[in-house]
Design a binder for this molecule. Sequence first.
Ligand code: FES
Ligand code: FES
Length: 201
Amino acid sequence: MLLSQRVIPIKTFKIKYILCIFEIVILCKFNHKFLKTGKGIPSMKKTINFKLNGKPVTLDADGGRKLLWVLRTDLGLTGTKYGCGESYCGACTVIVNNDAVRSCQISVQDVQDKDVITIEGLIKGDKLHPLQKAFAEHDALQCGYCTPGMIMSAYSLLKKNSSPSVREIKAGLEDNLCRCGAYKRIISAVQTASAEMKGVN
Ligand code: FES
Ligand code: FES
């Protein structure tokens, strides 16, 4: 009998299907835990130096560990969010040498001797950055999960173009997803911040 002609009893099929889904869920959970903690992954520790929010940082870390987990788990900077882990959502965006970068995609060894800025680095003392202030004033968020990544992408955009048009803001932020759909208010916030930042860092 040809393989395609074999009839699998529906009960066996259902059990196999459920076991398969169960296996996938368990694997994903373990995978996420390993990525987050680094435990269980063969370690290649090296000394990594970089600047984080203006201050020098030296770490003995597995060079291949993703920057996102080093920031969140090792350094306690939880403003940078984990969304998809696949480069789709932009929730994990940070600035590396003035470029908006997905921290879920780059390894900590990739920021050796570079300048990293996270959402925590924008606030100066108790003074919010114009972007943070404008997002609050325009109520440019609902759940707020996308906000740090959105602000960091806007920061990079305004560094390169201090007076972006609406079209340029849309293009600059198009890879950052907001599931709550606050896009209109986000664009207004970036316009307000851009007006305030002219000539300001
Ligand atoms: S968590 Fe990095 S792009 Fe979604
Ligand atoms: S405010 Fe909820 S995802 Fe953007």
